[in-house]
Design a protein around this ligand. Structure first.
Ligand code: DGL
Length: 264
């Protein structure tokens, strides 16, 4: 294992930064390649068949090019649909991102929790399975919001996003569900959404929000324990499949240690 072998983070857009942040805190010298499949963004409104075909094929191409030590699918939509296909297609470890339903169920006093993700994620059998296993005594509301994904992209591209806009993107999904007004814990089941945590907290006073990003970072640190790293943090790289992003987004990437940005 070369110390220079990177960890490859993969998402449709900037959502994976919510996993990269806590990972860098644990592994400050890790070489990073961050890949945003912006050519196919957003994933959340695509079909299962499209995602299951696209993600493993693209990852195989990226692994061939960057020779990473580990792949992190920092995207709930891709993980809940294509994690098994990706593992079958690659001969290195692949870490996925799954909704933190167990954590939410442990916290909920009302026994009513929400899974806030993309439309594609919230309809997955994977979510039903986690709900049966870890939240059997809770009502689990599924709230899909593609608008919230756009707002997270806007924020990272430098636009101030208001709590009112965030509330308008989320509240209708609660309003149409029986018990929607009793939700006290919401699982952020899309990696874009922790990037809007401040706005969500302001928009929904009294609601708890949980996500899996710190757990995934610990899993990455565990899987790479004992491996060699460079002596100092090398500049992180980002690749966008849909062409170079805006200058303001490039400035946000810098805050995550990403200093080289290119297109695939
Ligand atoms: N960040 C992604 C997720 O965790 C997907 C957002 C999208 O492309 O719709 O589900």
């Amino acid at each position: 294992m070369s110390p220079d072998a990177p960890i490859l983070f993969f998402d449709s857009g900037v959502g994976g930064l919510s996993v990269l942040g806590p990972t860098r805190a644990l592994l400050p010298c890790a070489p990073i390649v961050y890949v945003a499949d912006s050519a196919a963004f957003p994933y959340g409104t695509r079909s299962e068949a499209e995602i299951a075909a696209r993600v493993p094929a693209l990852l195989a191409q990226l692994v061939d090019r960057f020779k990473p030590r580990l792949v992190v699918i920092a995207c709930n939509t891709a993980s809940t649909i294509a994690l098994d296909h990706a593992r079958a297609a690659l001969d290195i470890s692949v870490v996925g991102t799954v909704p933190a339903i167990k954590t939410a169920a442990a916290l909920s006093k009302n026994r009513v929790i929400a899974v806030l993700g993309t439309d594609a994620t919230v309809r997955q059998p994977y979510v039903d399975d986690l709900s049966h296993r870890f939240a059997a005594d809770c009502v689990v509301i599924r709230n899909g919001s593609s608008r919230l994904v756009e707002l997270a992209e806007d924020k990272m591209a430098g636009r101030a996003v208001s709590p009112q806009e965030v509330r308008a993107a989320v509240q209708p999904g609660f309003d149409r569900e029986p018990f929607g007004d009793a939700v006290d814990v919401t699982v952020l089941a899309c990696t874009h959404f922790p990037l809007l945590l401040d706005e969500l907290v302001a928009a929904f006073p009294g609601m708890d929000f949980v996500d899996g990003s710190h757990g995934i970072a610990r899993r990455i640190a565990h899987l790479t324990r004992g491996q060699p790293w460079p002596d100092a943090a090398p500049p992180g790289k980002a690749i966008f499949t849909g062409g170079l992003p805006s200058e303001s987004l490039i400035a946000s990437l810098c805050q995550f240690g990403i200093e080289e940005v290119g297109a695939l």
